[in-house]
Write a protein that binds this ligand. Structure first.
Ligand SMILES: [Zn+2]
Length: 118
């Protein structure tokens, strides 16, 4: 591939070692990153089998810095995998497709505290 510098390896969100694919970077980017690695919001097949076969991955989100009047949500990198049954107990909606959900960091912390107490 010619434009190698425009490619970055996307790593699994859970184990952060397995690749989940290649991320193509914008050609107009000022500083293309060489052989960079990015933590993606996807999960590799190994982790899918290990964790998501029985549970749901919840990724913590916080409100980012205000940008043109909008506050985008940004993933914190904090996460928990909870059992399908626990998800249904905590949340009032269906298990998300692909079994990856995003939730407010504060709610995530609460779930983590509760799960440690058991
Ligand atoms: Zn993984």
């Amino acid at each position: 591939m010619e434009n190698k510098e425009l490619v970055s390896l996307q790593l699994c969100f859970i184990c952060r070692t397995e690749s989940t694919g290649i991320l193509l970077q914008n050609k107009n980017m000022n500083k293309p990153r060489l052989e960079s690695k990015t933590i993606g919001l996807e999960v590799c097949d190994k982790c899918k089998k290990k964790y998501l076969s029985k549970g749901v991955l919840l990724i913590g989100m916080i409100e980012g810095l205000e940008n043109y009047g909008k506050k985008p949500k940004t993933p914190t990198g904090n996460f928990i995998v909870i059992k399908d049954s626990a998800f249904k107990k905590i949340f009032d909606f269906e298990i998300p497709k692909g079994k990856i959900g995003f939730c407010d960091e504060k709610i995530l912390n609460k779930i983590q505290e509760d799960s440690q107490r058991k």
